[in-house]
Design a protein around this ligand. Structure first.
Ligand SMILES: *Cc1c(COP(=O)(O)O)cnc(C)c1O
Length: 353
């Protein structure tokens, strides 16, 4: 394994099998109104427009690599996990349709859905014909307990499918595997090329919402490959354990090893803030709700109440406090999730006021 230069990295990434599912590169553009209001130069990277349907998101990038891997291994079924309003689960169903694979979803009802009034992603999962298993969230259950319960019930279904001779490909929640996050290493290089075409050599800050950590791992790996000096500021959508940074660094290095690169990411490179989560995952806050309205009303760009809005709230406060100084060049990576604006009222919050 060797340290590689940028062209070398590009070539190695291009050799990783990739299923064509979305539309890449996703757009990158400046927000003139809010740049003026906030005293920074603010850009968006539009992974919400990744396609292939109206409702894109960051998982499409990852799924291009993951489903290519599934097909290489001869899988027919794709098994994945999330909440009932999981963007990742819905996009796995979308991507599986394109790739000719059968999606099986294990979904925890963090906010219980009404079976007579299906909303948002869960409605789409049904439209897409996914095999859906819903697991209740028992009182007092942590998110870690919920994901353990999902794995247990998936195990039984996988055994059943395999005993019938079907091969299953398991995708961790959020698509956070080394193969999946390699997509964001390549996404980082895609973004740098676009930025340079816009006359920005490098951003000072790259801001995004974090869940499983796969996006953060991939971006951090991509930054190391590209030589970019941007600080990546990652805002959590829910509470994470103390080992989050080391797990993310480990995933980034495993992704790099898939393209024969030496480890380039240390846990200290992971800047991660849980200060804008509020009560928890899928619980909107006043600041996240205000952020959705601000970007809608000043720029006509929609963000989601679960992930991106909390990262926007964090970014806006960092600008206020001077943690992100005036005049900075800031890229906000729009990771999608806008279907959650049509989810259960408890998830949507007061964005309409
Ligand atoms: C999944 C998701 C994220 C977080 O990405 P991870 O790779 O899981 O950390 C952010 N925003 C949206 C809209 C998502 O669906």
């Amino acid at each position: 394994m060797a340290k590689v230069d940028l062209n070398d990295a590009r070539q190695r990434l291009a050799q990783i099998p990739r299923e064509q599912i979305g539309f890449f590169p996703t757009p990158l553009h400046r927000l003139d109104n809010l740049s003026k209001d906030l005293g920074i130069s603010l850009y968006l990277k539009r992974d919400d427009l990744s396609g292939p349907s109206t409702f894109g998101g960051n998982k499409v990038r990852k799924l291009e690599y993951l489903l290519a891997d599934a097909k290489r291994l001869g899988a027919e079924y794709v098994i994945t996990y999330g909440a009932t309003q999981s963007n990742h689960a819905m996009l796995t169903a979308i991507a599986s349709s394109r790739a000719g694979l059968r999606p099986v979803l294990f979904l925890t009802a963090v906010v219980p859905p009404d079976p007579k009034d299906l909303r948002g992603n869960l409605l789409l999962d049904h439209v897409l014909g996914a095999e859906i298993h819903i697991l209740p969230m028992q009182p007092g259950m942590s998110m870690a307990d919920a994901s353990a319960a999902r794995y247990e019930s998936a195990k039984l279904r996988i055994m059943e499918l395999e005993s019938l001779g079907h091969r299953c490909y398991k995708i961790p929640g959020g698509g956070a595997s080394p193969v999946g996050c390699l997509a964001f290493a390549s996404g980082y290089l895609e973004m740098m090329e676009q930025a340079q075409r816009e006359g920005v050599d490098d951003f000072d800050y790259i801001v995004h919402a974090s869940g499983s950590g796969g996006t953060l791992a991939g971006l951090t790996a991509g930054r190391a490959l590209s030589g970019s000096r941007a600080a990546i500021l990652s805002f959590a959508s829910g509470f994470k354990g103390a080992d989050y940074a080391s797990n993310v660094a480990d995933m980034a290095n495993k992704a790099l090893s898939l393209i024969d690169c030496t480890p380039l990411v240390a846990p200290e490179d992971i800047k991660f803030d849980m200060g804008y989560v509020g009560q928890g995952y899928e619980c909107p806050t006043d600041a996240s709700t205000d952020a959705v309205r601000l970007f809608a009303r000043r720029e006509g760009v929609l963000f989601d109440p679960v992930y991106t809005s909390k990262a926007l709230a964090g970014m806006l406060e960092y600008i206020d406090l001077g943690t992100i100084p005036k005049g900075s060049k800031v890229l906000f990576w729009h990771t999608g999730g806008v279907t959650a604006l049509f989810a259960e009222a408890a998830i949507v919050g007061d964005v309409h006021r």
